[in-house]
Design a protein. Structure first.
Length: 118
């Protein structure tokens, strides 16, 4: 479950039309591998920033197909990755809170998520 800083539960993926478009381009198996890799990275932690999870070079990783599905655009594949993280956290049984990203020269740095206990 995903909540904003005011305690409102998030129940939908933002930019759903774009997310759905990318989702139709990527093969199900490739998408599932990326989801599994994200879940593996967040399972042991209580706080993380989405943009730090995949690393800079996605070559040979489960995230490379995201890059290909987004027309080999670093920016668009980063957005797609972030929306996948959002959807995973939103559906998780644990309660999570997020803080929207700060901007660096107009580029998002990633969303920070942390588990809410209690």
């Amino acid at each position: 479950m995903l909540f904003d800083l005011d305690g409102n539960q998030m129940t939908r993926v933002p930019h759903k039309d774009q997310f759905d478009n990318w989702r139709t381009i990527i093969e199900d198996a490739d998408y599932d591998r990326a989801v599994d890799a994200i879940k593996d990275r967040i399972a042991p932690v209580n706080i993380f920033t989405s943009s730090f999870l995949p690393g800079r070079d996605w070559t040979g990783t489960p995230f490379q197909p995201l890059y290909v599905a987004c027309g080999k655009s670093v920016k668009q594949s980063g957005y797609f990755f972030g929306l996948i993280v959002w959807s995973i956290i939103m559906e998780d049984d644990d309660k999570w809170v997020f803080k929207p990203s700060e901007k660096d020269d107009g580029d998002p740095l990633g969303t920070t998520y942390w588990r809410r206990h209690g």
